[in-house]
Design a protein around this ligand. Sequence first.
Ligand code: F6R
Length: 612
Amino acid sequence: MCGIVGYIGSREVSSVLVDGLKRLEYRGYDSCGVAIIDEGKPRIIRSVGRIGRLEEKIKDTNPTKGSVKCGIGHTRWATHGRPSETNSHPHRDCTGRFYVAHNGIIENYLYLKHRLIAQGHKFTTETDTEVLPHLIEVYYDGDLEQAVRRAVRDVEGVYGIVVVSTEGTGQKIVAARNGPPLVVGVGSGENFVASDVPALLPYTREVVFLNDGEIAVIGSDGVQIKNSRGECMCRPAETITWTADMAEKEGYAHFMLKEIHEQPRAIRDTLRGCIGADATIALGAELGDAEILDRFDRLHILAMGTSLNAAHVGKFLIESIARVPTEVENASEFRYRDPIVGPKSLVIGISQSGETADTLAAMKEARDKGAFLLSICNVVGSQAARQSDAVLYTHAGPEIGVASTKAFTTQLTALYLLALKLAEARHTLPKHEIERHVRRLRDLPDQISKILDQGQGIAALADRFWRYRNFLYLGRGIHYPIAMEGALKLKEVSYIHAEGYPAGEMKHGPIALIDAEMPVFVLAPQDAVYRKTMGNMEEVKVRDGIVIAVATEGDHEIAEKADYTIYIPQADPLINPMLSTIPLQLFAYHIALLRGCDVDKPRNLAKSVTVE
Ligand code: F6R
C-alpha cells in the first residue's frame, strides 16, 4: 500500500526514482511523484495515474547538476484524499524546505492539522500526510534528523516516511518507520531506501531492514540507523538472495502469467532444504525440537485473502496428517473478540508480504496472550517474520502481480511440510507414511507442469465465457477453499462477480441463482467426497446451469455429464488442491485479458495492505 523510494549518489536521480517506483507500482498506482533536491533547490514533479505519465513529465525537465544527487519518490494507493495531482506525494511544508513521502495512516491528523492551522500553517491537500512536513518545519532548528524525530513523536498511527530538505550543507535522506516497511539498500558511494526489496535489486543486494521506532540517516557515503532515543544501532547489512531478473517479466506478457508458470520452480525451492535424505522434515532450529511441537494442544491460523484460503486448506492438511485441532481465523476479526489462546497454542500467521496490517495485529494479539508464533511468509526480513518465534519461508521469489498465485501454492506446500513435521513430532503417522507423503510432494512440480501445458485449452475456454457476468465455484472438503480461491482470482482480475461455496451449501440458497446464464465450476477430483460432489453437479445441470468440471485424468463419467472438463493428473486427495487451483488461476488470467483488464494491477487493489 503505497511505495516509497529514495536515492542519494551520483546517478541521475530521477531515473533511479522512476525505475524504483515502477518496481513498486504493485503497491499502489493511483498517483505518483518525486521530490529532487538539486544544488539546494527543490524540484517536484507529480502526476495522477501510472508511473509512465510521471516519467513523461520528467523527460521534459533538465538533468540535475549537483555532484551528489538526492531525491525521494512515491506511488500512491489513496486513503485520505482522492487520487489527484495535489494529493499525490511528496508533500511539502509552508516554506518549501521540507518534502515527505509517506506510507501508512496518521490517525490523529485532524487534531494536528487544526493545531498547525491555528499556528498559521497553510494546508493545500486533503491528505493526512501533509501534517508531517509542517511538523518538521515547526521543529527544525538546523538538524533534520532531530526535527523528524520530534515530528513523529506527535503522530499517532503508522508510517514509513522518507524526508529530504533544501536546508543544510550535506545532503541526506531521513527515513523513519513505525509499521509499514522500509529497507535501506547499501551501495558504494551511493545509498537507497525503499518500501520493498524489488526496487533495490538492480543496484544492490546488501540491505538493512528498519525496525519500528528506528530512524535512518542516509548519505551518499554512509548510513546511520538510530533507535527512538537517537542511539546508533550497529546492524550489518544482510545479503538478499533474490536477483533483479526474478522481478522482471522475462518474456511473459504479464507478471501474473509468469508467476503462474513459475509454480513448479517455486514449489521445488520451497521443498529444498526442508526434506532430509531419509524423509525427515527439517523446518529450522526453532521447530526442530519435537518437545516444542508436542506441547501445543491447539493451532490457530491467521491470514487474509488468498493467504486465508491457504489457511483453510492447511486446516485440512494438519488435522488429517497430524491430528491437531486447528482453527482458521480471518485476521481482521481475531483480535476484536478476546480470542482464547495461550502458551499451549501454536499460532501461525500466513502472509506473502509479511506486511498485512490485520495479520500482523492479530499475530501480536496472540503473542501478547503467550502463544508461540510461527509465520509462513515469502518476504525475508518482513515484519511478520521478525515478530515471530519461528519462520517458515516460502521460496516463491518476488510476487509482483497483485493477484497472488505462486505465493498460494507455496503456502500450501509449507503447510503440508508443517503438517508432516507435526506428525513426526507427535507420532501420528508411521515413518513409511511420512515417506509416502514426501514422495507425493516431490512429484507435485512435474504434475503442475502438466497442467500448465494445457494453457491453450484453458485460454479457449476463457474465450467461450468472458462475456458472462456471474460465476459460481463449488467444492467440498479440502476443495471448498479452492472454490473460494478460484472465485477470488476471477473477481480480482476480471471484475466479474464470482462466489465460492461448499458444494453441499448450494441447495440452501445459491441454487436459486442457477440458470443458463450461470457457469458453475465444480471441483470434483476423485476423492472421498467425489460422489457427493457429482450429485451437486447434477443439481446444477438439471436447472440449465453450465458446468465446467475440474476432474481427475481418466474420469470419463464426469466428462459425459459436465459441459466442459479440465483434467488434472491423478494424485493423492491431499495433493489435489495444489493441482486443481492451477486451471482456475489460468482461467481468471485469460478472462481478464479478454476483457481488457489490467491483469497485474487490478483497479482498487494493492499488493500489500498495510492499513486495517
Ligand atoms: C489475492 C491477494 C490478497 C492477499 C491478501 C493477503 O490475490 O493477493 O487477497 O492474499 O491481501 O496478503 P499477504 O499474503 O501479503 O498477507
